[in-house]
Design a protein around this ligand. Structure first.
Ligand SMILES: [Zn+2]
Length: 171
């Protein structure tokens, strides 16, 4: 392919691109400035031939808007894939809500992966431990006792133990 006037004219035709000048028999190259009308906003623009070929028949600001829009679309897609919502602020809202619900229920969150909760006989959370080992160490109980307490809901010093699962990740 050669960046000449024939190519420019046929390229304009194929892309419904209005040239603002008659380029028939003009000596042009890939770096020649071409005057045209933007396909999106209708504004006149002057741009190098190869840039029109690469970015389409749009003025610079429309090209910029287009690439921004594409960026946003890509972000949205990534966000939907990762979190199931369109934008990250929705994720934040969702997480805040989760945290607030948790605080209402259990108090200030700490982070852990396989947490253990110690509850009194009314089911109120007394202590939370980041893992089994943490619980055993702090309460000086045996692994067996904790396992029994967890599996069979057997009271230990009048308290009950439950796994808390994974608690909130840092946001
Ligand atoms: Zn434009």
């Amino acid at each position: 392919m050669r960046y000449d006037s024939d190519f420019l004219i046929s390229f304009a035709k194929e892309n419904n691109f209005v040239l603002d000048k008659d380029y028939t028999n003009e000596r042009i190259s890939s770096v020649s400035f071409i005057e045209g009308i933007c396909n999106t906003c209708g504004n006149k623009f002057t741009k190098k031939f190869y840039l029109i070929y690469i970015n389409g028949c749009y003025c610079t600001s429309c090209v910029r808007k287009k690439s921004q829009k594409q960026k946003i679309e890509t972000c949205k897609k990534t966000c939907i894939m990762k979190y199931g919502v369109e934008n990250i602020s929705q994720v934040k809202k969702f997480q805040d809500k989760k945290i607030n619900t948790f605080i209402e229920k259990y108090g200030e969150p700490v982070l852990y992966k396989d947490g253990i909760g110690q509850f009194d006989s009314n089911g109120s959370l007394l202590n939370e431990f980041i893992c089994k080992y943490d619980c055993i160490k702090k309460l000086k109980m045996s692994d067996k006792t904790l396992s029994k307490a967890l599996d069979k809901n057997i009271a230990y010093n009048n308290t009950y133990f439950k796994t808390l699962g994974t608690k909130l990740q840092h946001i």
